[in-house]
Design a protein around this ligand. Structure first.
Ligand code: ATP
Ligand code: MG
Length: 215
């Protein structure tokens, strides 16, 4: 029997060279929403800070599973996930680590780039844009921690991304205590307040993502 393709589980890379842009928040919320939608999902934490893995430890036996992997071992880690029937893999990546970012992008079907509109950093986006334009991997900036009423900032950030050839995800995450509070205790926003705005945004991002992956 041929070896399973390492790309078989649908794989999302969450990348941004900027620290604190929301990579781990997005990764955990996406994987948890996928689990909620009855998809077997897994977070692969390639960040030596291991923030996502610590979240998994606090969470205990509740899904999704979080595994750690050095970037150079990503293909093998995804292959192992495939053998365990994982359908959906989210790769969390470290900031300021171009080679880790490249490995994650190589493994991905879809790349999401969280960015705070206030600290929109074109320079940090340039390397990602270059890489995804080269690999032709679909990639979207996801505006995160958008302050209430920041319509102008969102429009400006969208234009700036476009100038680099990057699309912007129609779903954005607001600046919400539920995202911050939940992550710090091994939960996701929907587990803090299932009816809250943060939970709604996470669910919308999952639905949009699942649609992109279906093609
Ligand atoms: N939408 C949001 N609303 C409120 N707080 C947020 C939001 N997104 C992220 N945060 C908080 O901002 C901090 C940084 O977020 P996060 O850890 O997800 O970023 P990161 O890109 O993974 O950081 P690093 O580059 O250090 O890995 C965390 O304390 C997180 O809880
Ligand atoms: Mg992180």
């Amino acid at each position: 029997m041929p070896a399973p393709s390492p790309k078989t589980p649908k794989t999302i890379a969450i990348v941004s060279q900027k620290g604190g842009s929301g990579k781990t928040t997005l990764a955990l919320h996406l994987a948890a929403a996928a689990t909620h939608a009855k998809k077997t999902s897994c977070v692969v934490d390639t960040d030596p800070q291991a923030t996502a893995a610590a979240w998994g430890d606090w969470r205990g036996d509740f899904l999704p599973v979080v595994v750690t992997s050095p970037p150079a071992r990503l293909a093998r880690t995804i292959e192992n996930a495939h053998k365990q029937d994982v359908e959906f893999v989210v790769i969390d990546t470290p900031p300021h680590a171009e080679s880790a970012m490249r490995e994650a992008i190589k493994a991905a079907d879809l790349v999401l780039i969280p960015s705070r509109p206030r600290a929109f950093d074109l320079h940090a986006l340039e390397a990602i844009a270059e890489m995804v334009n080269f690999t032709k991997t679909p990639a979207y900036v996801v505006l995160n921690a958008v302050p209430a009423g920041a319509t102008k900032q969102v429009a400006e950030a969208t234009e700036a991304a476009k100038a680099l050839g990057l699309k912007t995800c129609p779903v954005t995450f607001g600046e919400r205590a539920d995202f911050h509070r939940s992550s710090a205790r091994g939960e996701v926003a929907a587990e803090v307040d299932a009816e809250g705005k943060a939970a709604g945004e996470a669910s919308a991002l999952w639905k949009w993502t699942a649609k992109q992956l279906r093609g």
